[in-house]
Design a protein around this ligand. Sequence first.
Ligand SMILES: [Zn+2]
Length: 276
Amino acid sequence: MTQLAQLYESKNLGELMLKLSSEDVCRSYMEEMRWGNNPVCPHCGAPNPYRLRDGKKFRCKSKTCKRNFTVTVGTVFENSKIELRIWIAAGYLLSAHKKGISSHQLSRDLGITQKSAWFVLQRLRLIMGEPNPEPLQNVVEIDETYIGGRLANMNRKKRKAIVDAGTDNKIPVMGLVQRDGKARLTVIGKNSFKDVVRLNVDKSATIATDSHLSYQGLDQEFAAHGTVNHTINEFRNGIFYTNSVEGFFSLFKRTIFGTYHQISPKHLHRACPIFS
Ligand SMILES: [Zn+2]
């Protein structure tokens, strides 16, 4: 069993915390989580970096890059003063509490400030998704994007299979952002665009989308529906615009590719809450 699997086998928080005995141990868990046994430079994607003597840093082997990095570079954990064991324990608590956990509760459980707990929860929710979230309300921006493994990072066999199948290995994902900051991503799957909207948005909401035909008719079901037509360079139509959801997509893509380096369609649902 890998050390990471042993970590996930923990029966309770006490057992988990015992395993997270030092920041070095946590770092090696994070390395396994992110890369398995094959670390990759987050700046350029080159494999097999050198590990520097301090045990934390790596140096990229690529002659054109040669940059140093640690396991948290390019992830949600980067640049936070919060210890890795707190991140891991918070992830454990968030997944253990099926109905979610408040920042106040997390702050008490882990002995961190409520501000830190809020920060940790925001970022973990982005990665892990939130169970049974409430329908979004007020003004909700909606947009679609495609997320998928980059062919360049796959082994030859996998790449050939995808090229032969004629698919581009990308899956459509819908982002929904309530303008006061609540945001959500979901794999569209076999659902229609409208079905995904119905599952995630309250009927009292005002909806802003692009001019994709699949959204037509939503004005009949929701308080209002406005569109912006990006193909004619229209980006704002009164209160109807989709800049927030686009910003959310780019944050999500950085998070996903930062954290997992590459995520296969098979595992994408773990990063997005699914409604199907
Ligand atoms: Zn590099």
